[in-house]
Design a protein around this ligand. Structure first.
Ligand code: SF4
Length: 250
């Protein structure tokens, strides 16, 4: 948004609208079910596994909604998605990537031209610095291959754990817990975590969610947060995991 107040955008996962959940599947708890979410003998990990299984089945099309053709483009798009919708980012990136298709070309970009191309995503001063800085670091330190390790990704300007997990989970098939604003809200409501810090939420979820389903779980929870468990008015009646949720009657 032109003229938007500048500040440090948060490192958050992509957002988008128009999420369409799948039709209810056999075996999923009914929306109106009122059974206990703390079945005797079951653990939090059991509940997390059940929630992951149900949500992944309920949102079979859940995925990263940021348009990209390679890890570099996804890195840039994810940085631009901070405090912005995926749809908006997807309207900006075609021209950006046509003008600066590689880390080397983006590293050489004039900051004002970069700002002009990404202005409508908001926070464009800081975002331009971040994507140029990341491109410079990639060109200088990773000239032959895109980094595929958490510690290397975290060393890039503007890249936090959420962005790094997006890259690892989407581009490198590395199990990744991606804690965006939707995931944080939904897992708190479900009662899977009590913490509010994204890094600690990631650690807690990694203990609960089986490694092989972590990335799919992250996407499914994000879709659920958009489609059903909205920030202002969660639709408990339509929720496929209501029976397992600590907040189902609030
Ligand atoms: S029951 Fe309500 S609060 Fe719990 S996950 Fe479903 S929509 Fe969200």
């Amino acid at each position: 948004m032109p003229g938007a107040k500048q500040g440090k955008p948060s490192d958050k996962a992509p957002r988008s609208r128009g999420v369409k959940p799948a039709a209810p599947r056999p075996g999923a708890p009914q929306a109106s079910a009122r059974v206990s979410n703390t079945t005797p003998g079951s653990s939090l990990a059991d509940r997390a596994r059940d929630i992951a299984r149900i949500l992944i089945a309920h949102y079979p099309d859940a995925r990263c909604m940021l348009d990209h053709k390679n890890p570099f483009q996804l890195l840039v798009a994810t940085i631009l998605a901070a405090q912005c919708t995926d749809e908006r980012v997807n309207t900006v990136t075609p021209a950006l990537f046509a003008r600066f298709p590689t880390p080397g070309s983006m590293a050489s970009a004039g900051i004002e031209e970069l700002e002009g191309l990404i202005r409508s995503t908001g926070f464009y001063h800081n975002k331009a610095k971040s994507i140029k800085g990341a491109a410079e670091a990639l060109t200088r330190r990773f000239p032959k291959h895109f980094p595929d390790r958490m510690e290397d990704l975290l060393s890039l300007p503007g890249v936090g754990r959420k962005t790094a997990n997006v890259i690892l989970g989407v581009c490198f098939a590395t199990p990744a817990i991606i804690v965006d604003t939707h995931v944080r809200r939904v897992v708190q409501r479900l009662g899977l975590v009590t913490d509010d810090d994204p890094d600690r939420i990631e650690t807690a979820l990694a203990r609960l969610v089986p490694e092989g389903t972590r990335t799919a779980f992250s996407h499914a929870v994000t879709f659920h947060g958009r489609a059903c468990c909205a920030a202002r008015k969660p639709d408990h009646d339509a929720c496929p995991v209501r029976a397992l949720c600590d907040s189902r009657d609030t």
